[in-house]
Design a protein around this ligand. Structure first.
Ligand code: NCD
Ligand code: ZN
Ligand code: ZN
Length: 343
């Protein structure tokens, strides 16, 4: 049986939700990851330092006894975020990034940015304070083909933004295309990207295997196999610009199995194990530690975790459903198996 021991990993892109939903999903992440960058797309959004600190307290209060897990908070950027908020966020020491959702692009993004040109002052403050901008990299324009929204965003918004703000640290979140991987690779060292396990493991064929698969619908939507191959190449390349971000995004079963289903895939129950599968399939298990436990910490200026975790190649069954407060959710691989197991 193959095993691998790595420094304890971090999740650099995670949705924890709030209340009973937070309490339902947090143990899955806390068992695997030492830290996570927590997305601010609650309703209402986590748009101020005060709200971020309050949300952080609720996360800490929801941790199982004995858990060792640190939530790294983010601010939700709006058209009206005052530049002064960035100094306050930095001074508090708990906010590690600002999240840019183009308005209308994804789940709970309606309070997002309508035109990034309006945020010039905030972005300048972020450059000054070394505060990274995390980007949902898709245009919201309904006229643009959904499979092209990431590429068009890079061309029309992200490339000019990176050039205009020459000191801004940027993470392009959950990249899904060869074009995105190439853009990040060619950009200055202050530009990085997270990769989800589901985009490493699945192409869009899976969305339509035998019928429409609502639990595999996420944003950005799964792409062609050639893109998945490019993402695998980026993940296993050893390039420190690419690191782990699950984008685990829980939604109640009935909100996905409906006539207009929510976007988001739940993967926190196998948050590191699924990446081990992808890296093993690529013959690159020796690259997993850099990707999962080192590159992100380096980018965010944080220490690598002292503890280690061990994974073994031993299949285990994933339940058909997971309790989600008063609801249930359907995790990735529901009713099937994951090939690697956390010891
Ligand atoms: C995320 C969610 O549900 O909050 N959904 C998703 O499909 N990825 C939002 C996001 O990360 O874009
Ligand atoms: Zn997103
Ligand atoms: Zn997300």
């Amino acid at each position: 049986m193959r095993t691998i021991t790595i420094a304890r990993p971090d999740d650099w892109h995670l949705h924890l939700r709030d209340g009973e939903h937070l309490r339902a999903v947090l143990p899955d992440t806390a068992r695997r990851f030492a830290r996570a960058i927590v997305m601010p797309n609650l309703k209402p959004p986590v748009a101020t330092t005060r709200l971020a600190l309050e949300y952080r307290s609720r996360i800490l209060a929801a941790l199982p006894a004995g858990a060792r897990f640190e939530p790294l908070m983010t601010l939700y950027l709006t058209d009206n975020t005052p530049p002064g908020e960035i100094a306050a966020a930095r001074a508090g020491g708990m906010v590690h990034a600002v999240k840019y959702y183009p308005a209308g692009s994804t789940t709970h993004s309606d309070a997002g940015v309508t035109d990034i040109a309006r945020c010039r002052g905030v972005l300048e403050a972020m450059e000054k304070h070394g505060m990274p901008l995390l980007v949902h990299g898709e245009v919201a324009d309904p006229a643009v083909d959904p499979f092209d929204k990431e590429r068009v965003f890079i061309e029309t918004v992200l490339a000019p933004l990176v050039e205009r703000h020459a000191g801004l640290k940027v993470v392009m979140e959950h990249i899904t295309t060869r074009e995105a991987a190439e853009f990040v690779k060619a950009a200055p060292p202050r530009v990085a990207a997270t990769l989800t396990a589901h985009h490493l493991l699945l192409s869009r064929n899976a969305l339509f295997a035998g019928g429409i698969r609502p639990h595999l619908y996420c944003l950005p939507v799964l792409k062609r196999e050639i893109h998945r191959q490019a993402l695998i190449q980026a993940a296993v390349s050893g390039n420190p610009k690419f690191f782990l971000g699950t984008d685990s995004a829980p939604h109640a079963r009935h909100t996905k199995e409906t006539d207009c289903g929510c976007a988001g895939i739940y993967t926190a129950h196998a948050g590191i194990e699924l990446y081990a599968e992808a890296f093993a399939a690529a013959g690159a298990l020796d690259r997993l530690e850099g990707f999962a436990s080192r590159h992100g910490a380096r980018f965010y200026g944080l220490p690598v975790n002292g503890e280690t975790v061990t994974l073994e190649e031993a299949p285990w069954p994933v339940p058909a459903e997971i309790p989600f407060g008063a609801d249930r959710l359907v995790p990735l691989r529901a009713g099937s198996t994951v090939a690697w197991k956390l010891r």
